[in-house]
Design a protein around this ligand. Structure first.
Ligand code: GLN
Length: 496
């Protein structure tokens, strides 16, 4: 079925008219109908609109047009603005808000010919690591539906792993692309800060947020990144770096490259099966001719604390706009203060409230110097650790997550345990560098995906993709698919 293909496979079949864009889109919609009652990756989708876009793509294909994503169904996280579609950030607070404009990445996907459809579930305002903080219910991991898909872009990862779309978009502030990609067995890429425009992404922590793709393999990630990247006058933090053809970097060759292994990442708390899989992956790189170099990132220990000061501080400022006056499902009060309190009290979930309270505290006078300012200084030290390491190595390899997917409910009552599941992904955002996760094995029982994280220099995505692709070519993890079961009236049955 066309929904099971990669972007490059589907594009080839669309180009030689073996498959139409309508068939590809319909196959995704059918898959949603078959499995999404159980996976719950989508908050909503508009089938008629998706098929209308597919028909337009078929006309363009018939006219011989060539575009990198022509006719490819791509779904997006509910934090990105798509004109005419609901935008909720998986929160109750936005009510029935409909976006009046397209995010730059959505414009770019459309210009590249993609069929942009669906609103993918996430943790409310992208705060979380399990998608359990959604006001629209928890997304389930397609490999084991008693487990979470990761977060905050859990819907984006689960939808790709469950073959409900060919690729998707997510956002990553502290790991929200790489962590769910690892837990669902797909490829997730967080570009360098400034590589991709954030215009039309609802801001969580503006100095950390980046948009990036979820795909089934590294080549597709390269194709998506080429479409998404580039400077944008509407985002002053986007950088005017040329956008290379990232697919040209996929040489399959890592001979002579230096790959750094940070000693601080092989810590206690790292699951034995995850560690073993990463060790084997590192050996594979050595077999492929790369030189493995032990490196040190000495400020790693401070990353989680630093992140939860900076991210909450920025979130408390960014989320001030959801006040019941300019946006939001308003709850009236006797005066404006009561209106704000009632609207925000009713609209935000507990994790978002926790973050706003924490962020307001670390910015408050008397605490600003002790927390926020100090965290900014540590952030610079973390970035300098990376820049120093990249003077000697071409890429850094680590586990993406300390464990495979955990059970729904296992950590939701303990925010600190949940925060610690981001321990390997957070530094990359603080350092402003690029990173990705790709499949590197499975746990034995139950069989759950394990992710390998690769980190690259600022604007070094071409090298990152080259290193990832060489490993992918030498292994077959990415070819395994989740054992989806048909979901009907509580009975499960294996799909043929
Ligand atoms: N899990 C992290 C958090 O809750 C990262 C979230 C993200 O990257 N959006 O803040």
């Amino acid at each position: 079925m066309p929904n099971q293909l990669t972007i490059s496979e589907l594009s080839a079949k669309l180009a030689n008219r073996e498959v139409s864009a309508r068939e590809a889109t319909q196959a995704c919609l059918d898959q949603i109908a078959r499995v999404d009652g159980q996976i719950k990756a989508f908050i909503s989708h508009d089938a008629a609109d998706a098929l209308a876009q597919a028909d337009a793509a078929d006309k363009a294909l018939a006219a011989g047009e060539k575009k990198p994503l022509l006719g490819v169904p791509v779904a997006v996280k509910d934090v990105l603005a798509v004109k005419g579609q609901p935008l909720n950030c998986a929160s109750k607070i936005l009510g029935n808000f409909v976006s009046p404009y397209d995010a730059t990445v959505v414009e770019k996907l459309k210009a590249a010919g993609a069929i942009v459809f669906g609103r993918l579930n996430m943790d409310e305002f992208a705060m979380g690591s399990s998608t359990e903080n959604s006001a629209f219910g928890t997304t389930r991991n397609p490999w084991d539906t008693s487990r979470i898909p990761g977060g905050s872009s859990g819907g984006s990862a689960a939808a790709v792993a469950a073959q409900e779309c060919v690729a998707s978009l997510g956002s990553d502030t502290g790991g929200s692309i790489r962590q769910p990609a690892a837990l669902c067995g797909c490829v997730g890429l967080k570009p360098t800060y400034g590589r991709v425009s954030r215009y039309g992404l609802v801001a969580f922590a503006s100095s950390l947020d980046q948009i990036g793709p979820f795909t089934k393999n590294v080549r597709d990630a390269a194709t998506m990144l080429g479409v998404l990247s580039g400077v944008d006058p509407r985002d002053s933090t986007s950088v005017p770096q040329p956008v290379p053809d990232y697919t040209k970097a996929l040489t399959g060759d890592v001979r002579g490259l230096k790959i750094g292994l940070p000693k601080e990442y092989m810590i206690g708390g790292l699951d034995a099966e995850v560690k073993a899989a990463v060790d084997v992956a590192v050996k594979k790189y050595a077999e492929l001719g790369a030189e493995i170099v032990e490196i040190s990132l000495p400020h790693t220990d401070y990353a989680v604390a630093t992140y939860y000061i900076i991210a909450t501080a920025e979130a408390s400022a960014n989320l001030a706009r959801f006040d019941g006056i300019r946006y939001c499902q308003r709850v009236d009060g006797a005066d404006p203060i009561e209106l704000y309190c009632k609207t925000r009290g009713a609209g935000f979930g507990p994790e978002v409230k926790r973050r706003i309270i924490l962020g307001t505290y670390v910015l408050s006078s008397g605490y600003y110097d002790a927390y926020y300012l100090r965290a900014q200084k540590v952030r610079t030290l973390i970035r300098n650790d990376f820049l120093k390491a990249f003077e000697t190595v071409d890429a850094i390899v680590t586990p993406t997550t300390p464990t495979a997917a955990f059970k729904a409910g296992e950590k939701s009552g303990d925010p600190l345990q949940m925060y610690l599941s981001d321990i390997f992904t957070i530094s990359c955002n603080l350092g402003g560098i690029c990173g990705m996760s790709l499949p590197c094995g499975f746990t034995a029982n139950p069989k759950l995906p394990i992710g390998l994280q690769l980190l690259g220099k600022p604007f070094g995505e071409a090298m990152l993709l080259r290193v990832a692709h060489a490993y992918e070519q030498a292994t077959s993890w990415h070819q395994e698919t989740a054992p989806l079961r048909r979901w009907s009236s509580g009975r499960e049955r294996k799909l043929d």
